[in-house]
Write a protein that binds this ligand. Structure first.
Ligand code: DHB
Length: 393
């Protein structure tokens, strides 16, 4: 098989790239190691920046998102018995929207297939080669048969555990890594959330986050030990921790319901440079990971794709390949700012169980400073709602 852009990975990044290229008449093939049902069913991130909503809408795949997504003008915090709300719209003029990653994936798959796009499911990329030639290729296995996809360029959108990053020689690959000493226990609850907006709660026993996927579906997270096990968290312990960590605030109640999709997410920060090697570009989790506090992961992946799509359009439509060289540096500036923001939100909101009495007081003071300063609230809101993103075309 031969195409212009070979895309490894059919998550939001790979699918969006394929869709944007198609809008500009550029051919691509997406190789996805899992089944369609897997990508459409797995509950993952769910908070879209205004940039992401605007891009998906402009690209013609935002119709259901605008209809079913839950727009939020504010975000709430509890700590030390106190409650604060930051009005994002007042501070930034922007808002965020709750819409599950798997819904974005469903909309993009539907759009690609309706346009006759090529997505090969259950196609496992094994080897990437020819990156220094005009004929790079991906060898993959589909239904037990080894096949080759030849292309002009390769986009590695295959996530943190994918093969693409490994095709960059160790002698040129730099990695920056940090692992946090806690994890998140995530769950879906068939009940309405405590508030229509997200609540980030700092509590001496651990952080908790109350989000949602629909008006009567809560998505909640609890800070747990890094090596914790779902088996250690029977329903009664979950309810007690959620109630305790939210604290007692007027009008905020944890509603119980069926517990679904309980799982543990590790917390790490990770960046690799460069994002281009020969004729391959990395995008999304293949190149960088943020801890989830602040929900930057999927938004960053989509921002990478908007820069990469613009570079491909300049190359194929105007024979201008200069943006291939600026792709990585342009993305990395935003990535590092999101790395800082995600690290800051994480360290500010998660108590360390072995923190000194001084550090416990200092952490509360930091939250107090941010929430009670217009500059502090604006800084948080600007980053949370998303830094400005240049148009992809
Ligand atoms: C969600 C996850 C996050 O990490 C976050 O900061 C906000 C929302 C969510 O899954 O809804």
């Amino acid at each position: 098989m031969r195409t212009q852009v070979g895309i490894i990975g059919g998550g939001p990044a790979g699918l969006l790239l394929s869709h944007l290229l198609h809008l500009e008449g550029i051919e691509s093939v997406v190789l996805e190691s899992r089944s369609r049902a897997y990508g459409e069913g797995r509950v993952r991130a769910g908070l879209l920046e205004q940039n992401t909503v605007d891009l998906l809408t402009e690209a013609g795949v935002g119709e259901r998102l605008v209809r079913e997504g839950l727009p939020h003008d504010g975000v709430q915090f509890t700590f030390d018995g106190r409650y604060h709300r930051i009005d994002m719209r007042e501070h930034t003029g922007r808002r965020v929207t709750i819409y599950g990653q798997q819904e974005v994936v469903k909309d993009l798959i539907a759009a690609r297939l309706a346009a006759g796009g090529a997505i090969v499911f259950e196609a496992e990329a094994r080897e990437i080669g020819g990156l220094d030639t005009e004929r790079p290729y991906v060898r993959y296995v589909e239904g037990g048969v080894e096949k080759t996809l030849e292309c002009d360029y390769i986009a590695g959108c295959d996530g943190f555990h994918g093969v693409a990053r490994g095709a960059i020689p160790a002698s040129v690959l730099q990695t920056f890594d940090r692992i946090f000493p806690f994890a998140w226990l995530g769950m879906l609850i068939a009940a309405e959330p405590p508030s229509e907006e997200l609540i980030y709660s700092h509590h001496p026993e651990g952080f908790a986050l109350f989000s949602m996927r629909a008006p009567k579906v809560t998505r909640a997270y609890l800070q747990v030990e890094p090596d914790d096990d779902v088996k250690n968290w029977p329903a009664e312990r979950i309810w007690e921790a959620l109630r305790k960590r939210l604290g007692q605030h007027e009008g905020l109640t944890v509603h119980e319901g069926e517990l679904m999709q309980v799982g543990i997410t590790p917390m790490r920060s990770f960046v690799t440079e460069p994002m281009k090697h020969g004729r391959m570009f990395l995008a999304g989790d293949a190149a960088h990971i943020v801890p989830p506090t602040g929900a930057k992961g999927m938004n960053l992946a989509i921002a990478d794709i908007s820069v990469l799509a613009r570079a491909f359009v300049a190359h194929y439509k105007r024979r201008d390949s200069s943006q291939f060289e600026t792709y990585g540096p342009e993305c990395l500036r935003r990535i590092w700012r999101a790395e800082h923001f995600s690290w800051w939100m994480t360290t500010m909101l998660h108590p360390l169980m072995d923190a000194s009495p001084f550090d416990k007081k200092r952490q509360i003071a930091e939250l107090d400073t941010v929430m009670n300063s217009r500059a502090g609230r604006t800084f948080l809101a600007e980053n949370y709602a998303g830094l400005p993103l240049a148009p992809w075309r």
